[in-house]
Design a binder for this molecule. Sequence first.
Ligand code: SF4
Length: 281
Amino acid sequence: MDNSPNRTTHLISACLELTNECEVNCPYCLLDCKQQFVSKKRLFQIVDALLEHGVRRFSIGGGEPLCSEDVYSIGIRIKEASSESLLRTSGCRPINLNIIEQAYDLIDISIDSTSAVYYRRCKPNADIKIVLKNIEDILKASFELRCNVLVTKLNYNDIIRSIEHLILLGVKNIRMQQLIHRGLSKAKYEELMISGNAYNTLMEELKHISERAKVHISDLKSTTQRALCIIKPNGLVYIANQFCLEFFGDIFDHATLTKVGEQLYDIQKELYQSKAEFYLP
Ligand code: SF4
């Protein structure tokens, strides 16, 4: 680490959770998915505080961000400030493609399976038909899309088939994620987690598929370990690493973002410059 006095340390990338609301009811969800009202004014103040601090990449999620009526206006605010914006969604509600280009650079859809049976195990209250329709429409519009697949015991036996299905549909960017527990999630996750060996075997197989089909299949943990800053809808700021969420303070307390920037700058800068992943989060 460069410790020279002139070293710049600021936050480059941040994940903003627009709302806790979500109807999908995933068995691995750790949120209390009830609606928590956050005014548009407050959300804009949070975004502006991050922009003023120097954040250049925003990942907008939730809960389900499509439940927030501000999902598009927040994206537009970010893009107008020449920052990059990523929408992370389950895709369980129709996406407004007429406005998306003004608001986001990339959409990340969390789809744990393309099979109705396996999908229902992972996301009981979402309709796979709506998700696949969103994917089809996004691809037709030639908009940047990444599909995110969380690997658990619920979908493990269907992963290869689902990935091949996504590739057949035309998806070119897929990110894999292993369910690993953090802090309080231990009891809930233990029965859903697959072993590290099983995950590594799967990733080996996917490497061959990725080379053969010429699609990008990445692994979340190799790019984001210790690099995530999460801002909750109430403005509280956390750093997420592989094991826990570490609380840093309120976004409107001036010292909070500085502390987070000092902690994350080196790793975020390296990822930002390497462009290994278009987005950190
Ligand atoms: S889609 Fe996300 S927020 Fe919604 S229930 Fe699943 S994990 Fe929770």
